[in-house]
Write a protein that binds this ligand. Structure first.
Ligand code: FES
Length: 124
């Protein structure tokens, strides 16, 4: 079942969360795991670094269009390693930490509201 873009059940406006979008339930993603989601018109990679810490970055590597969910999550280093050329990014800031990655990933604030993981796409 899908909802139109303006449906309040998806945009959170009934809960004062109009700027955020629902991604998944908290326990849909285990601690130390990452998964790609399409939210609105953005492809994001959601990372659960600890029971209560979630991060979201764009899911496509800025170097050459690889999908980062196929790479490795290095939770203790707060890094994602790209599967194609081994570039790395800090998933808390989006900044590249290992070449050949040079440009940062977009990051999106994540909140957890009554078990719902929500992401702020910044109005996009
Ligand atoms: Fe990711 Fe090259 S595509 S480092």
């Amino acid at each position: 079942m899908s909802y139109p873009e303006s449906a309040s059940v998806q945009d959170g406006s009934q809960h004062g969360l109009a700027a955020t979008r629902f991604v998944c339930r908290r326990d849909d993603l285990g601690v130390g795991q990452m998964r790609a989601f399409t939210v609105g018109d953005r492809d994001i990679l959601l990372i659960r670094a600890s029971p209560e810490q979630f991060y979201a970055v764009e899911s496509e590597c800025t170097h050459a269009e690889a999908q980062l969910e196929l790479g490795e999550l290095l939770v203790k280093r707060c890094e994602i390693e790209c599967p194609l050329h081994g570039g790395r990014f800090n998933f808390t800031t989006g900044e590249p930490t290992e070449e050949p990655a040079e440009d940062p990933l977009a990051t999106f604030p994540v909140t957890v509201d009554d078990g719902d993981v929500r992401v702020d796409l910044g109005g996009s």
